[in-house]
Design a protein around this ligand. Sequence first.
Ligand code: FAD
Length: 143
Amino acid sequence: MSTQPYRLVYYSRNRIATDPAAAIREILEASRRNNTRVGVTGALMFNSGCFGQILEGPREAVEATFERIQRDARHGDVSLLDFKPVPARSFDEWSMAFVGVRKDDEARYGDLGRETGFDPSRMSSDTLFELLHGLTQSEEFGS
Ligand code: FAD
């Protein structure tokens, strides 16, 4: 049986009516609990009313997790950008990292920030991947 990890990238539109911070906390708690159990890792971004997320891990686990996520009424218009085998995981330290965009990120990612407004719905799968990977690798991330 192949153990090659798969990577899935999507974005979606926020449908949380009140207090997104509390809802995102609940989403992250459930994500970290469930993803740890099935060997899924990744990162979630929320900006400009959209979510962008990367899931990686065994193909069946990523598919089952994404099926559940798609049925969640806290977001909608879920758009799959990419789903493919990759040589290795890129978020192996994170059952689900959360990325919020800060002012100094806009300076650091100047061109990208200007071109996309850090809005996941305006990014290609490669751009979203590079942004989330870059931010989770930065020294101050997670502190
Ligand atoms: P539970 O323990 O049953 O629920 C956890 C909390 O969320 C509870 O407070 C519950 O009331 C609330 N809740 C659960 N489902 C809903 C819902 N549909 N609408 C409103 N409130 C709800 N799950 C993962 O396992 N991994 C992920 O990576 C992941 N990423 C997500 C990304 C986004 C953008 C969104 C919107 C959801 C994501 N989820 C993820 C959550 C997923 O959709 C399911 O809600 C979750 O997996 C259910 O797990 P559970 O049965 O253990 O949660």
